[in-house]
Design a protein around this ligand. Structure first.
Ligand code: SAM
Length: 345
C-alpha cells in the first residue's frame, strides 16, 4: 500500500484496482490522508477559501431516493426566497467578507432564466464570484447564466454506477447529467462535480470509477461526502456512508487531481463535530459556511442532523475561521479559482 501511495503522490495516477485496494485497506488510512495533505500544501497552498452558501429554495421537481427535499416528501416544509431576498443574502455575504457565493436550490422551475439572470447580474455588481448549484438545465439556460456572469457551477454526478444512479434517481438519466457537465465545460464555467459515498449497493470499485471519472473530465472542484439516510425518504433504513471511507475517497481525489478545489463538506461535519477540520487536514482546501437565514436553513434538510442549522451566518463563519487558524492554516484572500496558487508561486 505504501508503494501505491508513493506512486499516487509522485505520478498523480493509479489504476482502478489500485484505488479500490487503497479504499478497502484499513492499515494505510493515516498514510493516505497525510499524503493528500502534502499534495494539497504543494499544489494549492495553506489558504482555505471560504464560499458563502445561500440555500434559496427547497422546491424540487426531482424525486431522488436519498434526498430530504425530494418532490414526494410531503412533510418537507417548502420555502422559496424572492429575487430581492436572494440578492439581499448575497449583500450580507459580501459585507461579511466573502468573495464567492454559492447559490444552491432544488430544481425549482419558478427561478426561470429571467429571474436567475437578474439575480446573477445584481450579485456580479457586488464583485463577488458566483457559483450556481441548481441542477440539470438546457445548454441555452446554462449559456444565459454564463453570459450574465456566473463563474462556476456545481453538479455532482452522485455515482458513476449508471444502474445505481437510475435506481436512486427515478425519472432522471445519467447520460443527461454527463451532458450537463460537458455543456458547462464548453461554456467556460469552472466546473465542480462530486459524489456520495456509502450509497446502498455502491461498491469500492464504483467509487474508484468515480475518482477516475473526475480525472477524465478534468473537473475543477470535487465535493465528496457521505450519504446520510433521511427518515422521510425510501432509503430511511439504509446504513449510510462512513466518514473514514469519505475521507479516503477525498484524499485519493486530491492525489489524482492535485490542483483542484476540494471542499470539506457539511455532510462530513454532520458525522463528526470535527469532520471539516479533519477533511482540511486530509486534502481539502475549501469550506462553504452557510449564510442562509436560520429559519430557511432548517428547512433545507437534505439529511438529518445537518451541521450548523441552529447557527447564524456570523456563528458559521466565526466558528470555522477559528478552527482553520487553530490548525495553522489561513483564510484565502482571493476568489480562489483553480490554479491561482501555482500561478502566484
Ligand atoms: N439540485 C441541485 C443538484 O441536483 O445538483 C443542488 C441541490 S442537491 C440537494 C445537492 C447535493 O446534496 C446533491 O448533489 C447530493 O449529493 C447531496 N445530498 C442529497 N441528499 C443527501 C443525503 N441524504 N446525504 C448526503 N448528501 C445528500
Amino acid at each position: 500500500m505504501r508503494r501505491l501511495i508513493e506512486k499516487a503522490e509522485k505520478e498523480h495516477f493509479l489504476e482502478k484496482s489500485e484505488i479500490a485496494s487503497l479504499l478497502c485497506d484499513q492499515e494505510s488510512t493515516v498514510e493516505l490522508l497525510s499524503a493528500a495533505d502534502r499534495v494539497r500544501a504543494l499544489f494549492v497552498g495553506d489558504a482555505v477559501h471560504l464560499r458563502g452558501l445561500i440555500e434559496f429554495s427547497n422546491y424540487c421537481r426531482n424525486d431522488c431516493c436519498y434526498c430530504g427535499i425530494r418532490r414526494d416528501n410531503a412533510q418537507a416544509q417548502r420555502y422559496r426566497l424572492s429575487v430581492e431576498e436572494v440578492i439581499g443574502h448575497a449583500a450580507v455575504a459580501k459585507k461579511m467578507g466573502y468573495q464567492t457565493v454559492v447559490m444552491q436550490s432544488g430544481e425549482d422551475v419558478w427561478f426561470n432564466i429571467d429571474k436567475m439572470t437578474r439575480i446573477i447580474r445584481a450579485i456580479k455588481e457586488m464583485d463577488l464570484a458566483v457559483t450556481l448549484s441548481i441542477g440539470e438545465k438546457s445548454y441555452e439556460e446554462y449559456k444565459a447564466y454564463r453570459d450574465a456572469g456566473a463563474d462556476r457551477y456545481l453538479l455532482r454526478i452522485e455515482t458513476t454506477d449508471k444502474d445505481l444512479y437510475h435506481r436512486l434517481d427515478p425519472g432522471m438519466r445519467w447520460d443527461n447529467r454527463l451532458r450537463c457537465l460537458q455543456d458547462l465545460k464548453r461554456l467556460g464555467y469552472e466546473v465542480g462535480s462530486g459524489s456520495m459515498v456509502g450509497l446502498p449497493g455502491q461498491t469500492t470499485e464504483s467509487i474508484a470509477e468515480d475518482i477516475l471519472f473526475f480525472k477524465e473530465l478534468n473537473i475543477d472542484m470535487a465535493g465528496i461526502g457521505p450519504f446520510i439516510p433521511h427518515a422521510q425518504t425510501p432509503l430511511a433504513q439504509a446504513k449510510g456512508g462512513s466518514l473514514d471511507l469519505s475521507l479516503k475517497t477525498m484524499a485519493l481525489t486530491r492525489l489524482l487531481l492535485p490542483d483542484i478545489n476540494i471542499p470539506a463538506t457539511t455532510a462530513m461535519e454532520t458525522l463528526d463535530p470535527n469532520g471539516r477540520i479533519i477533511a482540511l487536514q486530509s486534502g481539502a482546501n475549501v469550506v462553504m459556511p452557510n449564510v442562509t437565514m436560520r429559519d430557511y436553513r432548517k428547512k433545507y434538510e437534505l439529511y438529518p442532523g445537518k451541521s450548523g442549522v441552529n447557527d447564524t451566518a456570523d456563528d458559521s463563519r466565526t466558528c470555522v475561521e477559528e478552527k482553520i487558524v487553530s490548525i495553522g492554516r489561513k483564510i484565502g484572500t482571493g476568489k480562489g479559482f483553480r490554479g491561482e496558487y501555482l500561478k502566484e508561486k
